[in-house]
Design a protein around this ligand. Sequence first.
Ligand code: ATP
Length: 248
Amino acid sequence: PEAEPALRVEAVDVTYGRALSALRSVSLTVPHGAVVALLGANGAGKTTLLRAVSGTLRLHRGAVTAGRIRYGTTELDGRDPVTAVRAGVVQVPEGRRVFAGLTVEENLRSGGLGLGRRAPAQVRAARDRVFDLFPRLAERTGQAAGLLSGGEQQMLAIGRALMAAPKLLLLDEPSLGLAPQMVARIADVVKEINSQGTAVLLVEQNAGMALSLADRAHVLEVGEVRLSGAADELARTDAVRRLYLGET
Ligand code: ATP
């Protein structure tokens, strides 16, 4: 049912290797069609939470050791990206990791691989959506991804994730290292993607940008949720203004 939160993270602990505790008893939800922001300092555990949801934790020698993650009725355990992608949950990794030696077209085609064989019309519809959002990519389908600008590579990384037609997009610091103009462009794109019905869990160092886009936000501090609330309310709290919005 629409009223139920789509993503439910309940009292989740994550550990790397034998001992390093990265998340402790983290709970949050992402309702259908919402934008939820995740703020916090370097090392707070933001990326770790996205990995737990997208099933890529195991690739980094991490594991969910307690709690529960569900998307709708699908159980996500941090270990299985294919289950997450099939449930409609796709992560855009930090650092716009595109395949530099492959073309734009080939990078896009690699999106949604975990979905198995899809009808050509479905793939075409996904690609049309990507090219509508990012006309620059449509103009450069044959170009090696490594030759794109940083902003274009970020767009390609997002576009590749959209090829899987996600219902929930996990975005890890899309504004990192981009010029202000490009940050504004990425913010517009997130809005547009969301207005087309895709929910977004957005990790950002740029708290101003994230809070302006989000419905709700959570602040992580050394592996625990410290603050949660409506994004506009959090933007007015002293701690968030001082620590994350750079105000004195
Ligand atoms: P950043 O903005 O730097 O990515 P973050 O909030 O996303 O920070 P995480 O990357 O999730 O934080 O890291 C949380 C903690 O887990 C940190 O102490 C980090 O050193 C540790 N960590 C992250 N990945 C691994 C890994 N593969 N193996 C061991 N420890 C890790």
